[in-house]
Every structure is written in C-alpha cells, then in structure tokens.
Design a binder for this molecule. Sequence first.
Ligand code: FAD
Length: 470
Amino acid sequence: MTPKIGIVWFRQDLRLHDNEALTEALQHCDKIIPVYVFEERIFQGKTRQFGFPKTGKFRAKFLLESVEDLRRSLRTKGSELVVRFGKPVEELFKIAKQFKTSWVFCNRERTQEELDVQDELEHRLWSIGQEVRYSRGKLLYYTSDLPFPITQVPEVFTHFRKEVERAVQVRQPLSVPTTLPAFDLDLDIGILPTLEELGHEPYEADERAALAFKGGETAGLERLHNYLWSSDAAKSYFDTRNELLGADYSTKFSAWLAQGCLSPKKIYHELKAFEHQRGENKSTYWIFFELLWRDFYRLMAKKHGNKLFLRGGLRGEIDPKQRNDHKLLQVWIDGRTGVPFIDANMRELKHTGFMSNRGRQNVASFLVNDLRVNWQMGAEYFESQLIDYDTASNWGNWNYVAGVGNDPREDRYFNTLNQARQYDPQGDYVRHWLPELQTIAGPQVHRPDALAKDELSNAIYWPMPTQNQW
Ligand SMILES: Cc1cc2nc3c(=O)[nH]c(=O)nc-3n(C[C@H](O)[C@H](O)[C@H](O)COP(=O)(O)OP(=O)(O)OC[C@H]3O[C@@H](n4cnc5c(N)ncnc54)[C@H](O)[C@@H]3O)c2cc1C
C-alpha cells in the first residue's frame, strides 16, 4: 500500500506540545512534511489603511527565532522543518502536488486575512483531490465545549466569564509526540531567511527592556517555568500586575502565546499544579482571569467578523471628533507629546516592542480622547510594532478603549496625570525611558511644565500642552 503523506502547516502554533494539527496528522498519516511559510503578506506587506510595515523588527526577530527553535525540536524527534518564503497557497500546493499528499493539516485561524489565505489554499487543493484538515489550539476552551453557540457568546466579559467558569473544564494539553516519522523525502528543506532578508536592519536589544524576549517554544516554556516555579511571582501577580518596570510584575507570556509557542491550556494546567503545590490565592486566579480576556476577544472576533476593524467598531458608532491626523500620530509614536507618562510608554514600545497593559490603556486613551486621533491609526501602529501582536486581542482592546466595543461602561477616559501619580508614584518609570528628564527627582517629573527654570536642572523638555491645545 502506498504510504499516506500529510503536510503539517505550522502557522501561529509554533510548538510541539498541545499541537492538535500535528497530533491529527500523526494519527492519519505514515509520513509527515512539516512546513513553515514566511508569508510575504506578513513580512513585506503593509497594514490595511495607514501603511505601517505589517511586521516590525521586534516581532520579525521573535518569529525567526521561533521557527529556528521549531526546526531544532523537530530534528531532535527525527523529522525536519521545510521553510519557504512567499504565498502559502503556492508553496504548499507545489509540495502537495509533488508528493501526492493526502491532506494539509493546520490550526484554523479566524480573522479575515488569515481566512482568505486558508480558503484559497483549500480551493486550490480541491483541484487535485486533496483537502485542508483544520484543528484548533488557540484558546483555553474549545468552542464545542462552550455553553453557548458562537452567535450567542455574551457581549459583556463578566457574563462570559461567569458562564464558562461555571460550566466548562479546560481540557488537558496534548502531549509532545515522542518520535516523529523519519524525514526521508527528496525535498529541499530551505534555509531560514535573515532579519535583513525580511527587510530589517540587525539591531542590539535595548538594555532597558523589561525582558529579553526570545522567540520559540523552548524559551516560552522556560519563561513559564521561571515565572511560576523559580521566581514565585505568580503569588503576587494581583498586586504587581499594574506596575511598569521589571521582568516579573506580569507574566510576559503574551509574545509566546501570540505565536503559539505556548499553549494557553499548558499554562492553565501548570498554574493548577503550582496552586496544588504552593497554594492558590487571588493572584494565581487572576492570571487565569486575564487569559479569559484573551479567549473572550477571540470569540468576539469570531462572532462579529470584520466589524472589529471598522471605524465604528462592534457598536457601529463613529466618533466624528476623531481625525486622521498624521502629524499628531507621529508625535505620539515618537513619545514627544509633552506628557511624560505617555512619552515614556511610547518610547518603551518604540525601543523594545513591548508595553505593559497599564501603559497600553493609557496611551490608547490619550490618542483617542486627548489627541482626538482616529483609533484605527493607533491600532495599526500597535499591529506593526508589538512583539506580542495578536489580531483579536489588539483590535478588541482598541475597540474597548475607543468606546466602540461592547464595554457597558460608556466613559473609558483615563486621566493621565492621576494614572501617572498612581502607577509611577516616584517617577522612576518616566526617568527610565526619558533620559532628558533624568535630573528631575521624585514625582515632579510628571509635571516638568510646573517647574521653575532653576528646578528643571538643565532638563530639556518641551512645554506640556494643556488639553485644549490639542
Ligand atoms: C490597546 C491595547 C492593545 C493590546 N494589544 C494586545 C496584543 O496585540 N496582543 C496581546 O497579547 N495583548 C494585547 N493587549 C492586552 C495586554 O495589554 C497584554 O496581553 C499584556 O500587557 C501582555 O503582558 P503580559 O503577558 O505580561 O500580561 P499578563 O498581565 O501577565 O496577563 C497574562 C496573559 O493574559 C492575556 N491578557 C492579559 N490582559 C489581556 C487583555 N486586556 N486582552 C487580551 N488578553 C489579555 C495575555 O495573553 C497575557 O499574556 C492589548 C491591550 C490594550 C489596552
């Protein structure tokens, strides 16, 4: 009998643990061809409306490291990772045709651009009698386990959380296959591109960064282990999660989750093991609570489709006061608004690709409510720049802050000065990212405009504008 061959198309599931597509391929095929395609759409394309590079240098590097790590892991199991650059439909089709494979296995994506890619591939494969077999693996919960159909997912997070917590168990993650079928096909495995070939200059990581994010399942699992078991930081997450400086005030799992280097189910069950051994408290629960937000936004994206990206958002209400102001947008991007707390956060993002959740809420609110710039511009900049960009989480959170999402609270305005005083009481965070303000001691750094000339101690800073100047 001719052996059955299947392609495993790795997308945002760059891991061997809890990988449903890989597990299913192994159940149905005698041989597998693992493939990753560096999509030109992702690495050379631009964001939809405002033309930012679709994938900035921080995420590009993280992705490269993740694919490299996946290739290493597959090799240790006796297999290989074939890499290509271009369009998945063409690259995968060529391999499928040449080796007369039976199926392409992949984890299904839910947002439009990714759907277009997988639909196109599916149609092309039908022409040669082959199919795409879809699996899941992005979320804590399987949609089939939920107590409501997708069309009835509660619009309010608290309702969603209460219902799923009451009714659904998080399934165990699938295990890592012990061995994989030997890769003995006459197929060019391809060389990994360099960062330069993906369109970015090589760069040195900024020493001020909260964490040296390294892509890949290996580094992701290491972070999970360190955060839970070595640092014990999970025990105090509830109290530290709004801090701004350092590696352990929050989990920093987001970048690994976004590329699927870590499975949320794996995190959940590791957290349960931690609670079992070292005790559960509000903090350990709260990490799970935050992971639920991730599921919620993904389900909202599935329920509402492309509304998520439209100016009127999920509500369909456009705020006429917001403009497409490229000049103000650039001032915000560069961290030169004149409001130190905003500027420090924006510089962190610019220099590292990361920003805390507290920071993200503040800078987003500032762009929309103070600068009155179209929120989609901010969302696209984040899409380009974030190391942990995740379509549903990014656009869902922007909808929420811009007041066009399904938030029952009408006013999402953040008073920046109050926030700065509450979350950066001594001004340490601002001084960390704004070298021009380093000589100003204490909380005064949040109001350089209120200082007399001699108190500014040679600090050069532009006058802080009053709100109606914007
Ligand atoms: C305007 C805006 C844009 C955002 N864009 C993204 C994005 O592109 N990708 C992304 O992963 N998160 C995004 N977030 C959510 C959140 O800011 C990040 O998940 C978090 O800061 C990542 O740091 P962490 O892993 O240390 O989070 P922790 O505080 O340690 O939380 C644990 C995990 O829970 C999830 N989580 C926490 N908060 C949220 C949230 N509000 N929404 C969805 N998931 C959450 C993340 O997967 C996170 O890794 C955005 C938030 C805002 C306000």
